[in-house]
Design a protein around this ligand. Structure first.
Ligand code: NAI
Length: 335
């Protein structure tokens, strides 16, 4: 039995977390869940978006499944997601994007993985107002050799381990010559250590266009935090949308946190219609991570089968099922 911290999260979080836990149990997963609070719900309950008990639970288990957390725009508390990634040094955000048979989308042949640096760059949110009247603000994008090398190495190792052929490093080094230039230099150096993996670099704006025109040309993409955030939503759109996109956050110390790419979906929260696939596929990555591969495969089989029919797919994918009906279909097909 493996113990994992479960953060249900805000908005649709509790609905998709319940569906995911039910599906894992039905597939024979041997996971004991230690429930912990974070996000807006934790502010209401404990007056703190990231209570110490939650940090302690993740520290103890080194493993977490996390629902989406609401982050106020503009003012309010700092993103708990960013804090969690930095607290546990979860430097590699791994987001596989694969066409799923039956799920309506514009493409039939997408199979790529985005490895996003998770702790540095503009996304770290190091910023301040320049003057007391707040008429100008400044953001600092820090890129380090250490941070760049380890995530690029992770991408190359991932490519090797998963039989992938090419790593594309995405940057804007033509304009951001120092920060992005450093990231690119680290990539060129690292590529020499992996002669068996093809390496190319691409400017981020051209990448956005090419991903839409010919996504099948990409294999593993490695990029910095903000570009990775944006491009991974774009790539989710290539295979049916945010509802089906999973992610893993991996740290050097062995700590790993799994979460869907999407947010709290406040527009549909509490209605029982959310699509739990993103979190279920993230949970399948968690099961792989703890060597319960047979359970993960059973869960993926159930998901593929349930997504294949409009009767059992959820509404965001053009289907007619609600969260509970979809979950039951996953479980029935997995068994
Ligand atoms: P969102 O991903 O929550 O929603 C965007 C659109 O996709 C909405 O129309 C929503 O209904 C739909 N959608 C998303 N997931 C879905 C699902 N599983 N099933 C069906 N439809 C789904 O993005 P938004 O609205 O920009 O953000 C809402 C909140 O979520 C914000 O507070 C934001 O900070 C937070 N957020 C948290 C993330 C995390 O915890 N990892 C990631 C992204 C956003």
């Amino acid at each position: 039995m493996t113990t994992a911290t479960l953060i249900e999260g805000d908005g649709i979080g509790p609905e998709i977390a319940a569906a995911t836990v039910k599906a894992i149990e039905a597939c024979g997963g041997k996971i004991t869940w230690e429930r912990a609070d974070a996000g807006a719900g934790a502010v209401t309950k404990h007056g703190d978006p990231l209570p110490q008990a939650t940090i302690d639970s993740i520290k103890r288990n080194q493993l977490a499944l996390k629902g989406p957390l609401a982050t106020p725009s503009g003012g309010g508390y700092r993103s708990v997601n960013v804090t969690l990634r930095q607290t546990f040094d979860l430097y590699a955000n791994v987001r596989p994007v694969t066409t799923i048979a039956g799920v309506p989308s514009r493409y039939t042949n997408v199979d790529l993985v985005i490895v996003r640096e998770n702790t540095e760059d503009l996304y770290a949110g190091v910023e301040h107002y320049v003057d007391p009247r707040r008429t100008a603000a400044e953001s600092i994008a820090i890129i380090t050799k250490f941070g760049s090398e380890r995530v690029i190495m992770y991408a190359f190792d991932y490519a090797r381990k998963h039989g992938r052929k090419k790593v594309t490093l995405v940057h804007k080094a033509n304009i951001l010559k120092m920060t992005n230039g450093l990231f690119l230099d680290c990539g060129r150096e690292m590529a020499k250590r992996y002669p068996d993996i093809q390496f190319e670099d691409m400017i981020v704006d051209a990448t956005a266009m090419k991903l839409v025109v010919a996504p099948e040309k990409f294999d593993v993409i490695v990029t910095m935090n903000l570009f990775g955030d944006i491009l991974s939503d774009l790539t989710a759109g290539l295979v049916g949308g945010l509802g089906v996109a999973p992610a893993a956050n991996i740290g050097d110390g062995g700590c790993a946190m799994f979460e869907a790419v999407h947010g709290t979906a406040p527009d549909i929260a509490g209605r029982g219609i959310a699509n739990p696939t993103g979190l279920m596929l993230s949970a399948a990555m968690l099961l792989d991570h703890v060597d319960q591969r047979d359970v993960a495969e059973r869960l993926r089989r159930g998901i593929r089968a349930a997504l294949a029919s409009a009767d059992t797919r959820t509404g965001d994918l053009g289907g007619r099922a609600n969260t509970a009906q979809y979950t039951d279909a996953v479980i029935a097909a997995a068994r």
